[in-house]
Design a protein around this ligand. Structure first.
Ligand SMILES: Cc1cc2nc3c(=O)[nH]c(=O)nc-3n(C[C@H](O)[C@H](O)[C@H](O)COP(=O)(O)OP(=O)(O)OC[C@H]3O[C@@H](n4cnc5c(N)ncnc54)[C@H](O)[C@@H]3O)c2cc1C
Length: 369
């Protein structure tokens, strides 16, 4: 089939590659000026996928997610290694678990979080042993053995199945993998709207057998998306060893610290109900860095090499959504879970696409872009 995709963010890139691998002729349209990383401090909007930490945390994200996010996350944890193995170039990916940490005095937040996760896991049918297998309280000696650089917290939990990937490497590799399968990328192209089989681009209508809307926040007003501001920073910290992502259970902030290759320590992220894409605020910078320093004092001499803000594309219920009509599919609302759930969500969207296509859909006249 001849397929048009609006949006070359995380969803658009993964979808294009999956569809091309199934033998479809795929074209992707995006306002960005190319497949490459955004320039440092770039003022024009770009995909949230570039900014994300790449935490693959189905258990910890049960705090904000529902049972379906959990199921999609677990499925995606299994899918990512299969996907990454087929991409050109190395994409840093690690599944050595993650840690949740709490300071003395923040036990109330920690108790609230662990009780909530336990409740949600039990509601899905997990017994105490199964819950312990995915979220286990560890003592400070075990914490020290796992992560010698961590000092200060009074409580710790290991979430053994969780992982991380390098989002920027994955975005680049997905585009390159798509190109090798014949995906055509049309940059600097703004798609105003979609209707069955048609992308309504600024330069004119483009006809396909089927079109997919993967525009994230750009899908407005056809979908009621909103942007949720997130701010992150990267530290260069040679010699500081961290083997897995960690998150601090804090009464006011959700702070995580994620190691990346090249001695980079990634700290994120604020979550603010605002569509301001402007630079990081002093308050967020202070709070994120103070929280990170409070569990990893060795970061004191780390250098701040990058600060970034972007908007997570969310729907009113903060849950993902797939709409499938003959000739038109929409995938949106990935919010703070895009990397966690994308492979499984796209699997689901493609199953719905296959079913709708097999049920028969009106064909469109193809208008070459
Ligand atoms: C600070 C931050 C931290 C995050 N951390 C994590 C994390 O640790 N783990 C995790 O799982 N998720 C995380 N996320 C969430 C994840 O990045 C998003 O869920 C994901 O990127 C959404 O994918 P998407 O393809 O729907 O949207 P995007 O990645 O935003 O891509 C949308 C694309 O559509 C294009 N577009 C927009 N308008 C148009 C138009 N009119 N025509 C054509 N194209 C258009 C855009 O240019 C863009 O390329 C984080 C996000 C942020 C901001």
């Amino acid at each position: 089939m001849k397929i048009g995709i609006a949006g070359a963010g995380l969803t658009g890139r993964l979808l294009a590659w999956e569809l091309a691998a199934r033998g479809h002729a795929v074209q992707v349209f995006d306002p960005a000026d190319g497949p490459h990383e955004p320039a440092a401090g770039q003022a024009t909007p770009y995909a949230a996928g570039w900014t994300a930490a790449g935490m693959l945390s189905p258990v910890a994200e049960l705090e904000t997610g529902d049972d379906d996010i959990y199921a999609l996350g677990q499925r995606s944890l299994a899918r990512w290694p299969q996907v990454l193995a087929q991409l050109p170039g190395a994409v840093f990916h690690r599944q050595q678990g993650s840690l949740m940490l709490a300071h003395r005095g923040d036990e109330g937040s920690a108790r609230r979080m662990t009780e909530l996760l336990t409740h949600k896991l039990a509601r899905q049918g997990s017994d105490a042993q199964a819950i312990d297998a995915v979220m286990r309280r560890i003592d400070l000696a075990e914490l020290r053995a796992l992560e010698p650089a961590i000092q200060g917290p009074s409580q710790a939990w290991l979430l053994p199945g969780e992982g991380q990937l390098h989002t920027r490497q994955a975005m680049l590799a997905l585009a390159e993998a798509g190109s090798r399968l014949g995906v055509q990328w049309h940059w600097q192209t703004h798609v105003e709207a979609l209707s069955p089989g048609v992308l309504h681009a600024r330069g004119g209508d483009l006809g396909f057998d089927w079109v997919f809307d993967a525009r994230g926040l750009g899908a407005r007003p056809e979908l009621p998306t909103r942007g949720v501001r997130g701010e992150v920073l990267w530290l260069h910290a040679p010699g500081v060893v961290l083997n897995r992502p960690l998150r601090l259970l804090h009464p006011r902030h959700r702070v995580y610290i994620v190691p990346r290759p090249g001695d980079i320590v990634f700290i994120g992220a604020s979550e603010i109900e605002s569509e301001d894409r402007g630079p990081m605020s002093l308050r967020s910078a202070v709070e994120l860095m103070a929280a990170a320093h409070s569990v990893m004092p060795e970061l004191a001499e780390a250098r701040i090499v990058h600060m970034e803000s972007n908007l997570r594309p969310a729907l009113p219920d903060n849950l993902p959504r797939i709409d499938t009509d003959p000739g038109l599919s929409r995938i949106n609302g990935l919010f703070r879970h895009g990397w966690l759930i994308a492979p499984a969500l796209i699997e689901r969207a493609l199953a719905a696409f296959d079913a709708a296509r097999d049920a028969g859909s009106p064909s469109k006249d193809n208008i070459a872009p």
